[in-house]
Write a protein that binds this ligand. Structure first.
Ligand code: NDP
Length: 332
C-alpha cells in the first residue's frame, strides 16, 4: 500500500515567492505519520484553500504542498482502533490542507482525533457541500442561539451572503424561522439568496450608510459577518440592544475600527468563531444539527462541482470574491 501512487494537486514554490500548481502523483508513503488513512471521495474549495494554493505563508509554510482543508471519504487503515476500514468520515480544520497534505489529493493521513464519523442524515457528498464554510456557518448560528438571539428577536444580517459561509448561514437561519437580511456585492444574486430563504437582499452600501457616526439606528438582532472591516464595524453599530454579532472572516479587511458604545450602551456581544481548533463537543453538536434540524434545504442549489482539473479556475474566482455558494471537489 505504501508504494501506491495517487493523484493530487501539487503547489510548488518554483522560485522564491513564485508558486505554480499542477496535478501530479504522490505516494502514500509520502504522507505524514498518523493513525487514520482515508481514501478521499470529496473535498471542497474554501477561501483559505485559495490562499494556500497561491503561496500565502500565513496559511502554508512548507511547499511542495497539497491544499484542501476539507475531506470526506472512507477509512482505509486505522491503527487507533476507533474506526474500521470502510467507515465513512469527514475532516475539517486542524492542520489539514495547511501544512498537512489535504483533501485535494485522493488520500490523506491524519490523527484520529481530527475525524468526525459521518453523521446519520448526511452523505459524503452533502457533508462536503457543507464543508468548513457550512460548518462555520453552523457555529455562527449555534453561538447566536446560545447568546439568546431567538428567531422572533428581529432581523439577522448575513454579510458575504452569496459566498460559502454566507449561503449556508442564510439557509440555516431561514429554516429556523429567522428573518434574514442578506448583504451582497453581487447585483444579480437576489433571486439566488431569496430562494435560499432571505427575506430581504441589500447592497453593502445600505449597511455602510452613515457608518462614520459613533452609533447607528438599531436594526439587527443578530449578525453573521464574514467581511470584517467597515462592514463589521457598521453592523455592530446598528445591532439592537442585547444583540449578538459573530465574526469569522476577513474578506473585506482584517481591521476593525470601532468604539465601545455598542458594547457598553446596548450590551451588544461580539462573538469570535473559529472552526479550525473548535473543540470536539461543539464540533460534534454542530455536525449533528447540520445533518438534522439545520440541514440546509437548498444544498444542491448552492453547489458547483469540479474535479482536480477544474480547480485552477475556481481558485482564481474565489480570490476575486466571485464564487457563488459552494464548490465541491470530486476525487472519485
Ligand atoms: P467565499 O469567497 O465563498 O465568500 C465570501 C463572500 O464575501 C464573497 O462571495 C462576497 O459575497 C463577499 N465579499 C467578497 N469581497 C468582499 C468585500 N471586500 N467586502 C465585503 N464582502 C465581500 O468565502 P467563504 O464564505 O468560504 O469564507 C468567508 C470568510 O470566512 C473568509 O474570510 C474565510 O477565511 C473565513 N472563514 C473563517 C473560518 C473560521 O473558522 N473562522 C472558516 C471558514 C471561513 P457577496 O458578493 O455576496 O457580498
Amino acid at each position: 500500500m505504501s508504494d501506491k501512487t495517487f493523484k493530487a494537486l501539487i503547489v510548488e514554490e518554483s522560485e522564491p515567492k513564485k508558486f505554480t500548481r499542477r496535478i501530479g502523483e504522490r505516494k502514500i508513503s509520502d504522507l505524514p505519520a498518523g493513525d487514520l488513512l482515508i481514501r478521499v471521495h470529496y473535498s471542497s474549495l474554501n477561501y483559505k484553500d485559495a490562499l494556500s494554493a497561491t503561496g500565502n505563508k500565513a496559511v502554508t509554510r512548507k511547499f511542495p504542498h497539497t491544499p484542501g482543508i476539507d475531506a470526506a471519504g472512507e477509512v482505509v487503515e486505522c491503527t487507533c482502533g476507533r474506526y474500521q476500514p470502510g467507515d465513512q468520515v469527514l475532516v475539517t480544520g486542524y492542520d489539514l490542507g495547511m501544512d498537512t497534505p489535504g483533501g485535494f489529493g485522493e488520500y490523506i493521513r491524519i490523527p484520529c482525533e481530527w475525524a468526525v464519523k459521518l453523521p446519520d442524515g448526511l452523505s459524503l457528498r452533502e457533508s462536503m457541500i457543507i464543508g468548513t464554510a457550512g460548518f462555520t456557518a453552523g457555529l455562527c448560528v449555534w453561538k447566536l442561539d446560545r447568546a439568546g438571539v431567538e428567531p422572533d428577536a428581529g432581523d439577522v444580517l448575513v454579510t458575504g451572503a452569496s459566498g460559502g459561509v454566507g449561503s449556508i448561514a442564510v439557509s440555516i437561519l431561514a429554516k429556523q424561522g429567522y428573518r434574514v437580511v442578506a448583504v451582497t456585492g453581487k447585483p444579480n444574486a437576489g433571486d439566488y439568496l431569496r430562494n435560499l430563504g432571505a427575506a430581504e437582499v441589500i447592497g453593502r452600501e445600505a449597511v455602510l450608510e452613515g457608518a462614520e457616526r459613533p452609533m447607528l439606528k438599531e436594526r439587527w438582532a443578530g449578525v453573521v459577518d464574514v467581511a470584517g472591516g467597515d462592514l463589521l464595524a457598521a453592523a455592530i453599530k446598528a445591532t439592537r440592544y442585547g444583540g449578538a454579532v459573530t465574526c469569522c472572516g476577513l474578506v473585506g479587511s482584517p481591521d476593525l475600527n470601532i468604539n465601545v458604545f455598542p458594547f457598553i450602551l446596548r450590551g451588544v456581544s461580539l462573538l469570535g468563531v473559529d472552526s479550525v481548533q473548535c473543540p470536539t463537543q461543539p464540533r460534534l453538536a454542530v455536525w449533528e444539527k447540520l445533518a438534522g434540524l439545520w440541514k440546509p434545504e437548498h444544498l444542491e442549489e448552492t453547489v458547483t462541482e469540479c474535479g482536480l482539473e477544474g480547480l485552477e479556475e475556481k481558485i482564481q474566482q474565489i480570490l476575486k470574491g466571485a464564487v457563488r455558494g459552494r464548490t465541491l471537489v470530486r476525487l472519485l
